[in-house]
Design a protein. Structure first.
Length: 173
């Protein structure tokens, strides 16, 4: 019974994080649209704590690339939590080794890997921009997501092996 309460609380927390990331991604997309077509002053507050004014002055294409990468990371994080939520909703502790769960874990691993790679790209790109006399840097946590992707990949492989063992066990009974 205690496990149900823990999983219920975990589902609630994941829902809140997922919705927060969806709102953040939507706000970034909206702010980006406003900065392009309605009010160019929105460049100053597009991303919390960072004024992208110097980037747009340096080159409009650089501004588009940075904003696209920021929005991509935010959207992928929301998708990762969506997959986690689906996993928690499908998880049955009495029969945990299901193919759908293994597939979801593999998707989560791939998504975390993409977040890590995109974060590496934005970090290196921002370093390059800094070298072009801009004072700009985004902390994106790329190493954490690459490590997370590796862990999820291993768990997905374990789940696939568990599914095989569980199905063999069911056949012998």
């Amino acid at each position: 019974m205690k496990e149900k309460h823990v999983f219920g609380l975990l589902k609630l927390i994941v829902w809140v994080i997922f919705l927060g990331l969806c709102v953040k991604t939507g706000a970034l997309i909206t702010s980006f649209g406003v900065s392009l077509w309605v009010n160019p002053q929105a460049v100053y507050d597009l991303y919390p704590g960072i004024s992208l004014e110097s980037i747009i002055k340096f080159g409009f294409i650089h501004y588009l690339i940075i904003v696209w990468l920021i929005i991509s990371i935010s959207a992928m994080k929301a998708y990762l939590f969506f997959l986690l939520l689906k996993t928690l909703l499908k998880l049955d502790l009495s029969n945990p080794f299901e193919q759908t769960l293994a597939d979801l874990m593999q998707k989560m691993s791939l998504t975390a890997f993409h977040i890590g790679i995109t974060a590496v790209i934005i970090k290196e790109y921002s370093k390059w921009l800094v070298n072009q006399l801009l004072q700009f840097k985004i902390e994106s946590g790329e190493v954490e997501y690459l490590f997370f992707a590796a862990i999820l990949y291993v768990l997905a492989r374990i789940f696939k092996r568990g599914i095989l063992l569980q199905s063999e066990n069911e056949l012998t009974i």
